[in-house]
Design a protein around this ligand. Structure first.
Ligand SMILES: Cc1cc2nc3c(=O)[nH]c(=O)nc-3n(C[C@H](O)[C@H](O)[C@H](O)COP(=O)(O)O)c2cc1C
Length: 313
C-alpha cells in the first residue's frame, strides 16, 4: 500500500486546500441524548470482515458484553438474519478501514437499519500497519448509528497486519511484516476493555460527539480511491483449472462481481476489496497489480509461516 499511498498523497496535496470545504465532514447531531436504559440488557454487535480481524474483535466485544450479563446477538452483517433493531439497548458496529473509510457496503447496511432511538451506540475499526484514517472510519459508523437515533458512547480502533495484498505482492513485505505480531493478546485485552468502557459510558452517561478529525487522510477519503486503484489492476479473472467451485469468493464479494461457474470477474462492478484474491484457498483468483501477480492474504501468511493469534474466548 506504501507505493500507492505515497503516489496518491503527492497527487492530492496540491489540491488539498481547495478540497477542504464541504468534503471532510458529514455532521450528524444525535436526535436525542437520552438513553433508553442505563442498565442495558440486550446488545447487537455487528461487523463486516473480509479476512477475520474485525470479526475477531467483534467476537471479543460480544463475549465481554455477555460476561457482563447482556443477551447478545452478533455476526457479520452478511450473515445476520432479520433483526428487530428496536429491541437492542446497545448496538456496536465494526469495520475494517478500506481506502481510508468504512466500505460502502457496510455504510449502506447501516443506512438501511430501522431506528434505534435511545440505544447506546459504539463503533470500532480495524486497520493495517501504521493505519490511515482509522478514527474517522469508526466515526463514519458512529455517525450512521447516531443518525438512526443512537446515543454515541464509544469509539476505538485496533491495529493489526494489513490485508492490502498489493503491498507485499509488489515487494514491500517489510511494511507488512513489521506488524506480523498483531493482533496479540494485548490487542484483545484492549478490545475487551473497550466493551467495558462502553458499558461504563452508558452507566455514567458519558456521551461523545461523533466528530471527524481533520487531516490529510480524511482528505484522501474524498478522492476516488477505488477507481484510482483499479487503474493499477491489470488481469483480474479466475483460473478455471485451479478453481474448485468452493464459493468463498462469491460469499466475500460485496458487489456480486465474481462468477466462478463462468470463471469470470466483472471488473466494472469490482470495488477492489481484495476479498476474492485474499480468501481463495486455491490461488485461483488471478490478479495483477502494476504487472505483479497478487498473492492473497492467507497464502502470504502461509508463505511467511505466520499464524494469526486468536483471542481466548
Ligand atoms: C482493499 C483494502 C484497502 C485497505 N485500505 C486501508 C486503509 O486505507 N488504511 C488502513 O489503515 N488499512 C487499510 N487496509 C487494511 C485493513 O483495514 C486491515 O487489514 C483490516 O484489519 C482488515 O480487516 P478484516 O480482516 O476484518 O477484513 C486495507 C485493506 C484492504 C483489503
Amino acid at each position: 500500500m506504501e507505493n500507492r499511498r505515497s503516489f496518491l498523497k503527492k497527487c492530492v496535496t496540491a489540491c488539498a486546500v481547495m478540497s477542504v470545504p464541504g468534503c471532510v465532514t458529514d455532521p450528524v447531531t444525535p436526535q436525542s441524548f437520552v438513553l433508553k436504559s442505563r442498565h442495558p440488557k440486550t446488545a447487537l454487535v455487528f461487523w463486516y470482515s473480509q479476512t477475520g480481524h474485525t470479526e475477531r474483535y467483534g467476537q471479543v466485544i460480544a463475549r465481554a458484553l455477555e460476561e457482563s450479563g447482556l443477551a447478545v446477538i452478533s455476526g457479520d452483517v452478511r450473515q445476520l438474519k432479520a433483526l428487530s433493531m428496536a429491541d437492542f439497548d446497545l448496538v456496536v458496529a465494526g469495520s475494517p478501514v478500506h481506502y481510508y473509510d468504512a466500505p460502502d457496503f457496510l455504510k449502506s447496511w447501516v443506512a438501511g437499519i430501522d431506528r434505534i432511538d435511545g440505544a447506546g451506540v459504539a463503533a470500532y475499526s480495524s486497520f493495517g500497519g501504521p493505519g490511515n484514517n482509522q478514527y474517522n472510519t469508526a466515526c463514519t459508523l458512529l455517525q450512521g448509528l447516531a443518525a438512526k437515533g443512537g446515543v454515541p458512547v464509544g469509539i476505538r480502533s485496533f491495529g493489526n497486519m494489513s490485508t492490502f495484498a498489493p503491498t507485499w505482492s509488489m515487494g514491500n513485505e517489510a511494511r507488512i511484516l513489521k506488524y506480523r505480531h498483531l493482533p496479540n493478546q494485548e490487542t484483545y485485552q484492549r478490545v475487551a476493555r473497550f466493551a467495558a468502557d462502553v458499558l461504563e459510558g452508558i452507566k455514567t452517561s458519558q456521551f461523545i460527539e461523533p466528530d471527524r478529525k481533520f487531516g490529510l487522510d480524511e482528505i484522501m477519503r474524498s478522492f476516488p480511491m477505488v477507481s484510482g486503484t483499479k487503474l493499477m489492476v491489470g488481469t483480474h479473472t479466475i483460473d478455471s483449472k485451479r478453481c474448485v467451485q468452493c464459493g468463498i469468493c462469491v460469499d466475500k464479494c460485496p458487489v456480486g462481481a465474481v462468477n466462478p461457474a463462468m470463471a469470470v470477474v466483472n471488473t466494472d462492478d469490482c470495488i477492489v476489496c481484495m476479498g476474492c484474491v485474499n480468501n481463495c484457498p486455491e490461488g485461483a483468483v488471478t490478479m495483477t497489480f502494476m504487472d505483479k501477480k497478487v498473492i492473497g492474504f492467507f497464502a502470504f501468511l502461509e508463505h511467511q509461516g505466520i499464524e494469526i493469534e486468536t483471542p481466548e474466548l
